[in-house]
Design a protein around this ligand. Sequence first.
Ligand code: KIV
Ligand code: ZN
Length: 389
Amino acid sequence: MSNRLYIFDTTLRDGEQSPGASMTKEEKVRIARQLEKMRVDVIEAGFPASSLGDFESVKAVADAIQDSTICGLARALEKDIEQTGLALKGAKSGRIHTFISTSPIHMQMKLRMEPEAVLEQAVRAVTWARQWTDDVEFSAEDAGRSEPDFLCRIFEAVIKAGARTINVPDTVGYAVPEQFGQLIHFLLERIPNSDQAIFSVHCHNDLGMAVANSLSAVLHGARQVECTINGLGERAGNAALEEIVMAVKTRKDVFQCDTRIDTSQIVPASRLVSGITGFAVQPNKAIVGANAFAHESGIHQDGVLKHRETYEIMRAEDVGWSANKMVLGKHSGRNAFRTRLTELGIELASEEALNAAFARFKELADKKHEIFDEDLHAIVSDETVAVDQ
Ligand code: KIV
Ligand code: ZN
């Protein structure tokens, strides 16, 4: 089993399906350039058959990007695949991603097709797509609620037809980690030609488990994860790229694989996507939230000032923050207070002056959520302390 984990970013496709997150062609190209800089393996740029605008966006991204594979989504229909093939013509490396539903509820209620007809359509779609490119991905939509035996049959058939990536989407975020990992294990074991394809997962976050389900799949042999910046995506979103990448990097001992992502580009990518879509990042969001590397409590601040690893498992700089942040508030201690004063170039005349200033700081912190540098200047400008700037 290879130890390379491929990162497939679908911010520009599934992320854009988030209500209110639509992007212009120019915005998609800007984000795609940032994803390329971050060394994402595959950028899913859109769904070319869905609109002329999306066709043009996928084409513009395909023409602009050199170092990542550009992918377009297509239903298992000849006209969708043709539109996708045309949009990707200028790509240095292009992938067609075709999909059809495989769960009983989707086949009966949405497609109104028998399983055998779905299987035949999937094989036809992959065969059409192979006429445009060698790089074809097949997704069994709603795999998370599909019969595992049917998944084995359809995946074996599409691999024979030339699919090189097999994607197992948990379309409605129904899976739980242990069960989803076991499904990947079962598919890899049972499908006779599974070694001829990379197995991928694509998890939605309806129950808040998209990242956990993706990582469980990685532990059981999945080698591509489909994800989005800031977890943007349909309904509750997709698995968050930044969490997947940093989990695998930080816990290499557990996952035994790695990505080629330049993690220092994660925060810039998060900011760019948030700025363009207008979707704010919650402050306590892992990795990219404003508080992800901020410490407020005195015990934590004192620990971090003595040795960073007492309360930090990653370096803020490694994901693109300028540094970790000591937030001064009512839980902060004397060590963090003194350190911030020194950083601001403020030296107090004596220990007594520091004690007096610290007492005033605590008094103010009880009334205010956060104490800013201007507050500190005001606190130490009192005549009882000497200020040396
Ligand atoms: O969630 C899903 O099933 C999808 C597929 C089209 C891959 O987005
Ligand atoms: Zn999806």
